[in-house]
Design a protein around this ligand. Structure first.
Ligand code: CJB
Length: 829
């Protein structure tokens, strides 16, 4: 940069820095202006929701300002950029997170107070952006926060669903799903870019033509849909950098089909065109099986095609050839859902940019990396060849070409080993021919990552064993992490201030390893007392929430024992509920003198079941039936309560986690690829009762087994039991508890029968029987520890202190250095 240019840049940024004022008076004026002119309500008569809207729009202005500065700066610097492709982003609310990351929270709180509003109430008006299902989707949201905070030149790409994850409504203990039309009241956090749109093609025919002296492949589509960009600014913390999450919405194409409009049936022709919008209308609510659905495939290709066109257009704006494409672009595939991007890049480069196959292939192999979140081969995505061939005929050809070269390479390496060839081929032969998207991704991507160390071991030894033998250098892991900004600073301000006070700095919000400094204060009685006080305040907040949601009043003196996550058989909410029945039964049979020694518990369970997942729905109903019995039993009183929190989502988690004493993460070992919920509890000083699975093995290393309650079979023990086909004898306590369910103690015995059968007569695949005794022992150890509040508090402080490794900042730092090859690009102040 020449001196003159440098001078201009500095002046430019100084000017931008002063553009919007952040003192409380200017903020008040901005909020009122937005109420009056954006929301179009009188500034003299504002309710809480309008105050939220006015405030959100004023925050949005500040986000836009920084967004422009950042993008301008990236453009000037032209660094290597990361594009993060994910079909799901579970962002939650934006207001608090934005003002904290922008560093204007205090000013906004003052401004609102002076206008006569409470910030807490105003913030409560916002709904969750729930464009995702569970762990995978929340992971992408955490990673976006870290990418912005760490100044990486990155963009996210995804789909702007009109209906996010369904709302869970409980009627008589049964889950019902209601649509989440989250855009009903507008969305101040997005910017519609009407001028950024691309045509996405489907169906049609492919022909080889001779054009301009060259043989070309020409794809004539049968349907064209327009992808319109909606940008969601993602502000970093402690930096001006604000990156972009670009979500695509489907709109009817501007190209009219003269034939259908020429028939005179104008109304039906319009209605037909409108159907294009269904592509981005609804998120699939199943978090792991959607195989063979045409709409799902359309969604995948739609967002991938628009993103690839956008990326190539941006690159071409400042480069005249593709020579440097791989030095300037990294594309990350969040699971295989966006893996058609690989084929799309090759197609565009070969068919539209007229690069040779070899050039396009080399580029694809250099720019793509893939992270898998699955532990079983059955969880891997497959697309029927017929479906793919009809929807994307040219892509199917390209996949066959890739597979041809790949299988040739295999033959060279391993000879004619047909078993191996058929296992590794991208095309799965059988009654229905399928494309294996994971195989495609591994063949092309330069890097395949698992999400914990244990997960990588499973990939190497089972799921991708053949590929690991072929290309061991491709396989790595990046243990997942969560962002401490949302999961402590936003959701647990009391703990945030306390940590800052005792560390003497708030630098841990960007450098999370500093949390280790808490260890040296762990014996300090003053810290212990303040720690307990903060946790007590959070528990009282949770007590009020529970009362508002369920009408039940619970005591904050009890131990709050929480399991919140998607309902899955492998996550074993059933083990938790059966343990609660056992506890209930024990208390019922105790003498008065024994009851005095019982540690009162409030057991909290929350989570959604995929709409078609019958067993998961039965688990939800069982939880309600057991809760009804226990909670109304006068013999039990405050000694035990079971609460189901309906409609679990990000903002519910933000409230529940800081108020929890104990949290359960009890998947059958070998089934959880990583698990990120445990990390949120850990950093908030909640103790973990857990099996040694996924990333928890690494948590045990960091925190020490003595500060957790570990139970259950280990991964290798589970593998051995399964190999030997062992069905361990069920422990008597469990048989008794199951008998209570079967005998109708909680009603609905026919409905619950399959749950009992899954353990007693269907092989107990998830090993509840095997793990039940050690689970009860871990629970007893937790009771014992809770009685000694000083010991408990120390364990809690040590949990927070040792949680630094599980920040998404660490994960993103590792990806940047080891997978993507990107460097920070910090926009100057
Ligand atoms: N995961 O949320 C999903 N959806 C899937 O379809 C497959 C996996 C979860 O991803 C998380 C993020 O990597 C993991 O922590 C979790 O173990 C896994 O179940």
């Amino acid at each position: 940069v020449s001196g003159e240019e440098k001078g201009r840049t500095v002046r430019f940024f100084e000017m931008m820095d002063g553009f919007l004022k952040n003192d409380p008076v200017s903020l008040q004026k901005d909020i009122l202006d937005h109420v009056e002119f954006t929301v179009a309500r009188s500034r003299f008569n504002i309710d809480d929701f309008e105050a939220y809207q006015g405030m959100a729009h004023s925050v949005r202005d500040r986000l836009i300002e920084r967004w422009h500065d950042t993008q301008q700066f990236f453009k000037k610097k032209d660094p290597k950029r990361l594009y993060y492709l994910s079909l799901e982003f579970l962002m939650g609310r934006s207001l608090s997170n934005s003002i904290i990351n922008l560093g204007v929270k205090d000013q906004y709180m003052d401004a609102l107070n002076q206008l006569g509003f409470s910030f807490e109430i105003v913030a409560e008006q916002e709904g969750d952006a729930a464009l995702g299902n569970g762990g995978l989707a929340r992971l992408s949201a955490c990673q976006m926060d870290s990418l912005a905070t760490m100044d990486f030149p990155a963009w996210g790409y995804g789909l702007r669903y009109q209906y996010g994850l369904f709302r869970q409504v409980i009627l008589d203990g049964f889950q019902h799903e209601q649509p989440d039309y989250w855009l009903n009241f507008g969305n101040p956090w997005e910017i519609e870019r009407v001028h950024v749109s691309y045509a996405v093609k489907f169906y049609g025919t492919v022909e080889e033509k001779h054009l301009n002296g060259k043989n070309c492949i020409v794809w004539t589509p049968g349907e064209t849909v327009e992808a319109v960009a909606y940008d969601n600014p993602i502000p970093g913390y402690g930096t001006r950098n604000t990156i972009n999450l670009r979500l695509w919405a489907a709109k009817p194409s501007g190209q009219y089909d003269m034939e259908s409009f020429g028939t005179g049936d104008y109304i039906n022709a319009v209605i037909d065109r409108q159907k294009a919008e269904t592509i981005s209308s609804v998120l699939y609510p199943d978090d792991r099986s959607y195989q063979g659905k045409e709409l799902r495939l359309k969604q995948q290709y739609f967002f991938v095609s628009a993103s690839v066109q956008d990326i190539i257009r941006r690159f071409k704006d400042s480069h005249s050839s593709f020579d440097k494409f791989h030095e300037k672009v990294a594309l990350q595939l969040n699971d295989t859902h966006p893996s058609l991007a690989i084929v799309e890049v090759i197609r565009v480069l070969v068919d539209e940019e007229h690069l040779s196959w070899k050039e396009a292939w080399d580029i694809a192999c250099n720019i793509f990396s893939y992270t898998t979140h699955t532990v079983v081969p059955e969880g891997l995505e497959k697309i029927p060849v017929d479906l793919l061939g009809s929807l994307l005929p040219r892509h199917l050809q390209i996949i066959y070409d890739i597979n041809f070269s790949f299988t040739e390479e295999l033959k060279q390496r391993f000879g004619l080993d047909y078993d191996r060839l058929s296992r590794m081929s991208i095309v799965e032969e059988g009654a229905v021919k399928n494309i294996r998207m994971a195989n495609l991704s591994i063949v092309v991507c330069h890097n395949v990552n698992g999400v914990s160390r244990a997960h990588l071991d499973t990939l190497k030894s089972k799921v991708f064993k053949d590929f690991y033998e072929l290309w061991p250098e491709k396989f790595h892991h990046k243990t997942n992490g969560i962002t401490q900004r949302r999961w402590v600073v936003v959701s647990n301000p009391g703990l945030c201030d306390l940590i800052t006070k005792w560390l003497g700095t708030d630098a841990w919000i960007r450098e999370v390893d500093l949390l280790l400094g808490l260890r040296e204060h762990v014996e300090n009685k003053e810290l212990q007392l303040e720690w307990r006080t903060v946790r007590r305040v959070n528990k009282i907040r949770l007590v009020e929430f529970i009362e508002a949601m369920t009408g039940m009043k619970v005591s904050p003196d009890a131990m709050f024992d929480v399991q919140i996550k998607r309902i899955h058989e492998y996550k074993r909410q059933l083990l938790n509920i059966l343990g609660i029945i056992h506890r209930y039964d024990c208390i019922k049979n105790m003498k008065d003198s024994e009851r005095k020694r019982v540690v009162p518990r409030v057991c909290i369970i929350g989570g959604k079941a995929a709409p078609g997942y019958e067993m998961a729905k039965k688990i939800i109903k069982l939880c309600h039936s057991v809760g009804e019995k226990i909670n109304t039993d006068p013999d039990i009183g405050d000694l035990l309560k079971l609460i189901f929190i309906p409609d679990y989502n990000v903002s519910v988690a933000e409230l529940v986690i800081p108020g929890s004493d104990l949290s359960q993460h009890i998947s059958t070992a070998g089934h959880e690829a990583s698990g990120t919920g445990s990390m949120k509890f850990l950093i908030n000083g909640c103790l973990l009762l857990a099996t040694a699975d996924g990333s928890r093995l690494e948590i045990i290393e960091e925190i020490g087994e003595e500060n957790m309650f570990i139970c259950g079979a280990k991964i290798h023990e589970v593998a051995k039991m399964r190999e030997n086909g062992e069905a361990p004898k069920l422990p008597l306590e469990l048989v008794h508890v199951l008998r209570m369910v079967r005998d109708g103690y909680f009603g609905h015995e026919e409905y619950f029968k399959p749950l009992c059968d899954s353990i007693e007569s269907a092989g107990d695949f998830y090993l509840l029987g095997h793990d039940f005794p050690s689970y009860l022992e871990a629970q007893a150890a937790a009771d014992k520890a809770f009685v000694d509040q000083e010991t408990w508090t120390k364990m809690s402080i040590l949990s927070t202190a040792g949680s630094g490794k599980f920040s998404s900042d660490r994960t993103i730092g590792d990806y940047a250095a080891e997978t993507w090859g990107i460097e920070p690009c910090r926009c100057p102040f």
